[in-house]
Design a protein around this ligand. Sequence first.
Ligand SMILES: C[S@@+](CC[C@H](N)C(=O)[O-])C[C@H]1O[C@@H](n2cnc3c(N)ncnc32)[C@H](O)[C@@H]1O
Length: 354
Amino acid sequence: MNQDKIGRFIAEMRKQHNLTQREFAEALDISDKTVSKWECGNGMPELSLMQPICEILDINLNELFSGEKLTDADYKKKAEENMLNLIREAENTKKNIVGGKVLGNAVNVDLNVSEIHKSNIEFWDTIGNEFLGTTSLPNWGGYLPSEDKLNLMGKLSGKRVLEICCGSGRSLKYVADLGAADLWGLDISKNQLERAKDFLEEQEIIANLVHSPMEDECGLPTDYFDIVFSVYGIGWTTNLDKTFKLIRSYLKKNGAFIFGWSHPIHKCVSVENGKLIFSNSYFNEEWYCADMSDKEILLSNRMLSTYINALANNGFVIEKLIEETDREKAMISDNDFGRKALMLPTAFIIKARK
Ligand SMILES: C[S@@+](CC[C@H](N)C(=O)[O-])C[C@H]1O[C@@H](n2cnc3c(N)ncnc32)[C@H](O)[C@@H]1O
């Protein structure tokens, strides 16, 4: 499928119908940014929009996929070509599975650190938690048992604790309530940090909040922390190896690093008509771009072995890997995410030691 050609064709037909990008977008109930993206050849309309697009532009699906108007003589040949292209692309399509939802397709992109940071900061500065929901302690994410049950942190009284990707600051409050004495948080999003600061101040909790990507040197104290933890944060890094190296440097000897993230197998399996379908390759660790209500996120789905080997390569000793589902929680859920969690882990936690 030639996205450039299709994009140019959509733009040409839109103009022939005297529609601005905004008017066209409004008729489809989407943003004009999305229309602009298609017209620049960056991505294709979702399946559910294809027929409405054809109706508005007075073209047929075969013409949309071909990116040109077709004569009757061309029609059959092009239909066959398009059919083959669609089958080929379906084989390579990655589904965008975030949290419990399947959100359209995910398009592979090259690893470009500044682009990834730019998109992800924009997402977290604006809709972030409103869209994905906040995950903070005692909840480690997905249907994992909660920290109250797992007690991975151990006794926190008097401890120096750092949260990587502290987001809303809710987890820092959790550890403060359990007696942690010296609290630090790091996040790439200024907006998240401001919200965390306001929230913690309201709770009369003092914390040092640092604005930086986790994969960059940022002046955090070294050989200092008893515990470094992260809840749905580590997977956002563009450099896992460097991130683990830095985290190890912040920890005291014997200090613990504990993090939870979406389980890679969960991102490979979607629920369709009540059945679990393998829709992404477990081995595919390429970066992908996914649309999230008008914004984009850029992520990669790393294999579990990638996390474990990166920890080992950076001198961590792995103490625990948790891939459990809290069955009670999953049994009472009335959605596909809960039913899926009864069959496979939706998130994992690793506890490692310096
Ligand atoms: C799912 S949220 C974590 C939620 C957090 N546990 C809470 O309680 O709000 C992910 C966080 O990671 C941050 N983030 C994303 N990429 C990052 C990076 N490269 N370095 C540091 N923080 C990053 C985002 O700004 C966001 O606040």
